[in-house]
Design a protein. Structure first.
Length: 212
């Protein structure tokens, strides 16, 4: 079973969140990116009811991976030839490989805005999907160190998001992150999470609108 990180208080039910996201992902304009020099990839943003409250599921990537080792992420990966151009299939296939989630158990609600990674040079399309809870997760030891969930209420709390200065090889760079339950959600995963909160109509602090 996935560990729950952080706590939050919200009156939004799982049904409320699903209805709002279904509508928002259908009608809102979506930012799509098509840079020729980057690799196409997709992730699943799993939405699930933990004790009746809406949570997001995250993974922590294995430390021996070539990209983003040890970082918090959503399950997903690069587009493979067998996927054709179907990025939703990519997200579902990779989720099955990484955490043992059967694609038949996922209800895909739609796609969020594309995001880019700088160092690893990916363009990621995130797909929001409702998944069952409880569930018998089977994390792949080759790819995943941990699976955990975070309440949407905790992510949308006023003090959930931080702005910090991090050192990268002698360069000090401003980073926005969520620090919840001992986990640090930053980079592309942070931006995807904020995109989902925006789709839900949750106000984002003006001082923290700059992306990483």
């Amino acid at each position: 079973m996935a560990e729950a990180a952080g706590r939050g208080h919200s009156t939004a039910t799982m049904a409320d969140v699903v209805a709002t996201l279904t509508n928002a992902l259908t009608v809102r304009p979506r930012t799509t990116l098509e840079p020729a020099d980057k690799t196409r990839a997709a992730v699943l943003v799993p939405l699930l009811p933990v004790d009746g409250a809406p949570h997001l599921l995250f993974t922590r990537r294995a430390h021996h991976l070539p990209h983003h080792r040890g970082e918090v992420s959503f399950p997903g990966g690069r587009l493979h030839p067998e996927d054709g151009t179907d990025l939703a299939r990519t997200a579902l296939r990779e989720s099955q490989e990484e955490i043992g989630l059967d694609p038949a158990d996922v209800t895909v609600l739609g796609a969020l805005d594309d995001v880019e990674t700088r160092a690893s040079r990916f363009v990621i399309t995130p797909f929001v999907g409702v998944v069952p809870y409880p569930y018998e997760w089977r994390p792949s030891p080759d790819e995943v160190d941990a699976i955990f969930t975070v309440p949407l209420a905790a992510l949308s709390a006023p003090a959930a998001e931080t702005s910090e200065m991090w050192d990268f090889g002698g360069r000090t760079i401003p980073i926005h992150a969520y620090r919840i339950g001992g986990q640090v959600i930053w980079g592309a995963t942070h931006r995807i999470t904020r995109s989902l909160l925006a789709a839900l109509g949750i106000a984002l602090p003006p001082a923290q609108r700059t992306t990483d």
